[in-house]
Design a protein. Structure first.
Lengths: 392, 98
């Protein structure tokens, strides 16, 4: 029988929550990396035992951890003791240095600060790791301040794809409340050279040549909180999701507005429809139904908790516009948690499982496409990210 | 051998239990001790000082022999008891938030 492993990154460590395919009885393993912020961890689609984790700390900076046995043990790739004193330094898996070389990069430019002045690029942390669809040793890392890095040696060394930051609109990018982060990386299964990324607050970008050149894909977005509401960049995109079964269709939860593109981001239209509020962070797509999508509406601009204290997932079976609240098994009173942008995932079992985590430390699961929910963890530290692995 | 005390999280990361003993060639300074420490434990690179600037991370401090050495030159000689291996260089995380 298939199994499911849910990878949960929290404010104080990582947890692995597993069940058989019935998804009724769950076991929690952790905390791994206790005391550290785990912004994200994700398994390789081609080798589910290969898991990458972003471990970060205000004291000690950025660490990359890697597991080759499904999370039982971890290592810092390239971090082993050197045996040749005086030899060349071993690669350091936690080294993320912006490319400023004349050949491939550009001089490290500035981006816009909160007050509109220019501010130098400063590496802070890895928000998201996206393993390659084809090679377990290749993965992409989205970092703050916004840039995209790639490893091809299993996380031992990371190199920037400088064409994104060098695109030319960088001076107009600005941090959102959480920092200027590249938080979303979507790989197109039908085109290995096509990658989508999103940055708060710059917008969405696409490469069609494997990451060498990039273009903003924000046409149709309207953001009334920036000087040019329809600008080429500057939009606070919270998350982007894509069905692997329909790669040209993208869904976006923007700071305000839920959006949809039917042409790989060339144009977007709003599909917020009857949502009670179109603010939120997460958005995801059913594993088998490309027009079935999920969001969690959040009250804002500053509260960042569910409307009326009711935690409700909204589902659309029509690719947007028409939404229904899903409440069975979710708290419907006095609930004031948030669901952060990387904290929703789906499994690929026949009856699609949906998972999301909250800043209150709960992880909820549905084994019936959202019709009903159950907590599979109730008292974890604040949840930063959730990923689901479907295992044989 | 120079004795170095690491914060608990870095001990976990480096997979060491208590004080770390490091052999340092030449003058014993903050820089030479950290160079030797990072050579022996590459996973610590970037966690104590910045990868590029090699400056001390802002939430860490260096103490030895009841003295705060955090703002001393990284090339200043460490106190003789540290160089003699009698007292440890202590790397301390600032008490800040959580």
């Amino acid at each position: 029988m298939s199994r499911v492993r849910v990878l949960v990154g929290t404010h104080k460590g990582a947890f692995l929550i597993t069940s058989d395919g019935r998804r009724q009885n769950w076991e929690i393993d952790g905390p791994h990396f206790a005391g550290w912020e785990i912004y994200h961890l994700k398994g390789s689609p081609v080798d589910p035992n290969r898991i990458y984790a972003s471990q970060t700390s205000g004291w000690f900076g950025q660490i990359i951890q890697r597991s080759s046995d499904g999370g039982k043990t971890w290592e810092t790739p390239g971090g082993g003791p050197q045996t040749a004193p005086g030899g060349m330094p071993a690669p350091a898996s936690n080294k993320f240095v912006y490319d400023t070389s004349a050949e491939t990069g550009k001089p490290l430019t500035t981006h816009q600060w909160y007050d509109g002045t220019q501010h130098p690029w400063e590496f802070k942390r890895v928000w998201h790791i996206e393993p390659s669809l084809h090679d377990p040793d290749t993965a992409y890392a989205g970092v703050e301040d916004a840039a995209l890095f790639r490893t091809t040696d299993g996380g031992t060394s990371w190199h920037e794809l400088p064409g994104l930051r060098g695109h030319g609109t960088g001076p107009k990018w600005q941090p959102g409340a959480g920092g200027m982060c590249l938080h979303t990386i979507v790989l197109d299964p039908s085109n290995p050279k096509r990658i989508f990324i999103a940055i708060s607050a710059a917008g969405a970008f696409r490469t069609d040549d494997g990451g060498t050149t990039w273009k903003p894909i924000n046409k149709g977005l309207v953001s009334n909180y920036i000087p040019d509401p329809k600008g080429e960049v500057g939009h606070c995109v919270h998350h982007v999701a894509m069905s692997p079964n329909k790669p040209g269709v993208l869904y976006m939860q923007k700071h305000w507005d839920v959006m949809r593109s039917d042409n790989a981001g060339d144009e977007w239209r709003e599909v917020s429809g009857n949502l009670p509020t179109d603010f939120g962070f997460v958005i995801d797509v059913h594993a088998h139904e490309p027009e079935t999508i999920y969001v969690v509406p959040i009250k804002s601009d500053s509260e960042h908790f569910p409307l009326e204290g009711k935690l409700r997932v909204y589902r659309s079976r029509s690719g947007g516009d028409e939404w229904e609240p899903l409440t069975k098994g979710l708290p419907q009173s006095d609930c004031y948690v948030n669901v952060l942008r990387d904290a929703m995932a789906v499994d690929t079992l026949d009856s699609c499982g949906i998972y999301f985590g909250t800043t209150g430390g709960q992880v909820y699961a549905s084994s019936d496409s959202g019709d009903s929910w159950m907590p599979i963890a109730s008292n974890l530290p604040a949840v930063l990210s959730v990923e689901a692995q479907t295992l044989p | 051998m120079i004795q170095v005390v690491l914060p608990a999280h870095l001990r976990t990361l480096a997979r060491v239990q208590s004080e770390v003993s490091i052999e340092v060639q030449g003058p014993v300074t903050i820089r030479s001790v950290l160079d030797a420490l990072e050579l022996r434990y590459p996973m610590l690179r970037g966690t104590i000082r910045d990868h590029v600037t090699l400056e001390r991370r802002p939430f860490l401090r260096f103490f030895a022999c009841q003295e705060d050495l955090s703002h001393d030159s990284p090339d200043a000689p460490l106190p003789e008891p540290v160089a003699a291996g009698q007292e440890p260089l202590m790397i301390i995380g600032a008490i800040a938030g959580g």
